[in-house]
Design a protein around this ligand. Structure first.
Ligand SMILES: *[C@@H]1O[C@H](CO)[C@@H](O)[C@H](O)[C@H]1NC(C)=O
Ligand SMILES: *[C@@H]1O[C@H](CO)[C@@H](O)[C@H](O)[C@H]1NC(C)=O
Ligand SMILES: *[C@@H]1O[C@H](CO)[C@@H](O)[C@H](O)[C@H]1NC(C)=O
Length: 510
């Protein structure tokens, strides 16, 4: 588009007559990169040059938290802008349009406002929770793309050093050429995404790209292992559960335990810990798989015109790498809830923001920055059935000036349990088995959690039936290994956080 044409467009659009061919001038494209199970990697163990470049050039949120450390509830919450309590989704087994309300999703909002919207790889969790269609056609202009080689995701393709057989291992470095289809799902997703980017897109577009790794099985091109030799891998600092943390806070990481290579170790259920050498090997592979995804992100970004594109990079939740004796997600600990969050906005100077924010905030933030005249309406409570209201908030004031930004900046998350003591289904209880809900609040300094009674048919909670309380001070204990809830010195802060948490959660039960 020439200069004069551009000028005419601006004038016309300002006069509320914005012809179709002009709209792309004023509307930025959006790339939404969602990495599966990528925890916030702040310890500097590994180099992620492409994610780092995005962070250095964009707005990086150093304290961003998921609403629930499980794929489907976290993704549906992030993409509808509502909490798991409002969607009544804590497992994988209901679709909000059928059971909670006909809520507008993030991609749907842009689709209904003149964008072409594309889903590549894992954006919605596949299955019932997105009606087996990734919420197509509501959310997407084209049928979502899934990489064909995903059918081999749990196949026995990992060469095992000990048994010399091909197994379904947790740790699975592979020779890509020798894979059943000669490729890996995330490589196929990258190709599909580049295909979309290299089209002649006449309309503005939102392209969501969901990479599957480092989700288990930790399968990745084996050459990435060379970038992080085992002797460079640091062990977790607190490999054991501390005695003063309530049992309900723990989970038995069955998806890790049941992979062929780990099952052979016969780790006692539920309290046995991972052998030291295996802890290092799992950490190594998780890092290597993350470097693999970082490379794919770099290749994707080389196709993106950053001057007219908003780029968001995040994950659905974190992943414990042996801290407090835990592996995988499924908890209310920081390592399971904290995610990378980078928002790169054309013309915005780079900055780092330390104020706690939530994945819920992404949707209203994008609406705020989209240039589409739209009110950002807060939902009244979880019974608010309006198609478009938000339980999160726009992060624009925070991005504009963190020091001036007032308001309640904290993150509230939750995790369900079937029992006080870890059992076979404590990782992923189905709704009908949930008896306890752990509500957790994270301020800049503290994490405070109450595990309380939950009624799975009436959807009610009882703060007086409490199964565990946790308070961690991140100033002195960023590993959350020392529960301070009974320490006298913290009595006042404990009361304050309890009141804050309850008032925030109770809003959803009015
Ligand atoms: C749900 O919302 C969509 C998109 O606005 C609309 O097409 C559909 O008819 C609605 N369904 C119901 C049952 O209201
Ligand atoms: C979910 O999928 C089914 C089967 O394809 C379809 O009949 C139903 O209308 C879908 N639900 C919604 C809310 O669109
Ligand atoms: C895309 O548009 C450009 C300029 O309008 C044109 O030269 C090019 O051939 C088009 N490419 C395709 C694949 O249609």
């Amino acid at each position: 588009m020439g200069c004069l044409q551009y000028f005419v467009c601006i004038i016309l659009c300002l006069l509320y007559y914005c012809p179709q061919e002009c709209r792309s001038v004023t509307k930025p494209n959006i790339i939404f990169i969602l990495v599966d199970d990528l925890r916030h990697l702040s310890d500097g163990t590994i180099n992620l040059p492409n994610i780092q470049k995005l962070a250095d050039e964009g707005v990086e949120f150093k304290n961003a938290f998921a609403q629930q450390a499980l794929c489907a509830p976290s993704r549906n919450s992030m993409l509808t802008g509502r909490r798991p309590d409002s969607l009544r989704l804590y497992d994988f087994y209901n679709y909000w349009r059928d059971t909670a309300g006909n809520f507008t999703t993030l991609p749907q909002f842009f689709k209904e406002n003149g964008y072409d919207t594309y889903s590549v790889g894992k954006i919605f969790h596949p299955g019932i929770s997105s009606n087996f269609t990734d919420d197509y056609p509501y959310s997407w202009s084209e049928y979502p793309y899934h990489p064909p080689s995903e059918i081999y995701k749990d196949a026995a393709v990992c060469k095992d050093k000990f048994t010399r057989k091909l197994q379904s291992n947790l740790i699975c470095p592979v020779n890509v050429m020798h894979q059943p289809s000669g490729t890996l799902p995330d490589i196929e997703s990258l190709e599909a995404a580049v295909d979309i980017l290299s089209r002649n897109n006449s309309k503005p577009f939102l392209l969501a790209v969901g990479f599957h790794k480092p989700h288990v099985p930790i399968k990745f091109p084996k050459e990435y292992l060379e970038q992080i030799p085992l002797n460079k891998v640091k062990p977790q600092r607190h490999p054991y559960m501390s005695h003063n943390t309530p049992t309900v806070a723990f989970h038995p990481w069955t998806d890790v335990r049941h992979r062929d290579d780990i099952a052979r170790l016969n780790i006692p259920f539920p309290w046995g810990t991972m052998p030291y050498d295996w802890s290092l090997k799992i950490r190594q592979s998780y890092y290597a798989a993350t470097m693999y995804v970082d490379d794919l992100i770099g290749q994707l970004m080389s196709w993106v015109d950053r001057r007219k594109t908003i780029v968001v990079l995040t994950s659905d939740h974190g992943w414990s790498l042996g801290e407090n004796g835990l592996w995988a997600k499924y908890s209310n600990f920081d390592v399971a809830l904290k995610v990378p969050l980078i928002i790169s906005l054309p013309g915005q100077e780079p900055k780092s923001i330390h104020t706690p924010v939530e994945l819920l905030d992404i949707f209203p933030t994008l609406v705020d920055y989209s240039g589409l005249a739209h009110n950002i309406t807060n939902c009244q409570n979880s019974m608010d059935k309006s198609p478009l209201c938000f339980e999160g908030k726009s992060l624009k004031p925070l991005i504009t000036d963190e020091t001036k930004s007032v308001g309640n900046y904290f993150a509230v998350s939750q995790y369900p349990r079937p029992s006080v003591y870890p059992q076979y289904n404590s990782d992923k209880p189905r709704l009908k088995h949930i008896r306890i809900m752990g509500y957790s609040i994270r301020t800049k300094r503290y994490r405070y959690t109450e595990w309380i009674s939950f009624n799975n048919t009436l959807f009610t909670i009882d703060w007086n039936k409490c199964y565990g309380v946790e308070l961690y001070d991140h100033l002195t204990d960023r590993d959350e290994s020392n529960n301070l809830y009974l320490v006298d010195k913290y009595k006042n802060i404990k009361q304050y956080l309890s009141r804050l948490l309850r008032s925030h959660v109770n809003r959803n039960y009015n």
